[in-house]
Design a protein around this ligand. Sequence first.
Ligand SMILES: NC(=O)C1=CN([C@@H]2O[C@H](COP(=O)(O)OP(=O)(O)OC[C@H]3O[C@@H](n4cnc5c(N)ncnc54)[C@H](O)[C@@H]3O)[C@@H](O)[C@H]2O)C=CC1
Ligand SMILES: O=C(O)CCC(=O)C(=O)O
Length: 411
Amino acid sequence: MNALAATNRNFQLAARILGLDSKLHKSLLIPFREIKVECTVPRDDGSFVSYIGFRIQHDNARGPMKGGIRYHPEVDPDEVNALAQLMTWKTAVANLPYGGAKGGIGCNPRELTVSELERVTRVFTQKIHDLIGIHRDVPAPDMGTNSQTMAWILDEYSKFHGYSPAVVTGKPIELGGSLGREAATGLGVVFATEFLLDEYGMSIANMKFAIQGFGNVGSWAASFIHQKGGKVVAVSDITGAVKNPNGIDIPALLKHKEKAYSLKDFEGGDAMDLNDVLVHECDVLIPCALGGVLNKENAADVKAKFIIEAANHPTDPEADEILSRKGVIILPDIYANSGGVTVSYFEWVQNIQGFMWEEEKVNYELKRYMKRAFSDIKAMCHTHNCNLRMGAFALGVNKVARATVLRGWEA
Ligand SMILES: NC(=O)C1=CN([C@@H]2O[C@H](COP(=O)(O)OP(=O)(O)OC[C@H]3O[C@@H](n4cnc5c(N)ncnc54)[C@H](O)[C@@H]3O)[C@@H](O)[C@H]2O)C=CC1
Ligand SMILES: O=C(O)CCC(=O)C(=O)O
């Protein structure tokens, strides 16, 4: 199922649980603004290339819109729309004073040089600079982008509006980035996993994990799991996958990736097929790459008892039903990966205050926010007798609906 249809479906189920009236329901679904721009840039060899860039601003009832910018060949408007909507519910679940947005450029960053990536980013920023802003819409990294991308956006935006570090988060520390932001999504995933396992009298130590994706989120999640005594028995990235029933040496894998820029040819385990990671024998599966990877083709073969959705919308609704019939417990994306946007919020607050927090404070506050959101979701599940995904959606949608009504925006 397409990402937008899947996200709309989850929203509609939550709206029904909450008994939202149909006008409010419709107004919450329609994005505030959809931006589509052409980014034409010279390549290093002098030829020109054009990409389409999107920024979908979904909702701003609870505050400035917030969400990452993705560089990936499969970026399309429906997917960005779905991701923007997910940001609206995610910021509400985490109780951050933000709405939701997401952006993307349909390019393959692996095929572009650093100077080409810089030019694409600067042209994209020139085209959207008057529609983003500290109290309007604050971008951050997502797949295929990083702190350097944010530094270019900050610099280009500042040419038009004066030096404005709070216009993006996930920046380099030297430009006002927050300590702890780079690791935050992975650390948040691990806090969320601990809270969930604790409900079942279990802990990370000695449990077996399979992780799809070894970029920002996957590599930090794997490192924290390893530190806490969990066994990562399978891991993949776009270049390859590796398995080891005794647990992969994650620090060694990180060193290998630093040199080889990929997981391929790592000697601390056996190579395996990329997609087999999702159905590998393990207790906990953590997808940390693309959306829609768990679908009706592979859901029945999943061996994990728990799925922690570190990626955005990794499970499509058909897989959700199959997995739920198998008794698999799914911790949904809009909660499980909210550590990133939570520390982005801390970064924005620090920039506005002109004051820098210690990393210890960042991580302490992150854990506190994640704990509170987990309790709020469980309370929703209890009230509405629903699963964790519906508990999280109902929590997020309800907060945004309340803000919409209070602001007098009901149609
Ligand atoms: N970076 C952040 O702070 C946040 C990211 N997310 C979500 O987490 C997911 C990953 O994001 P990042 O780690 O930032 O991206 P990234 O670009 O740093 O890493 C993505 C990883 O996925 C791998 N990958 C891509 N296709 C694959 C495939 N078919 N099989 C196996 N591996 C594959 C890549 O090789 C890479 O290792 C995305 O869904 C993103 O939306 C969610 C919240 C915050
Ligand atoms: O850090 C942020 O502002 C947004 C992160 C993001 O794009 C996400 O949570 O999916």
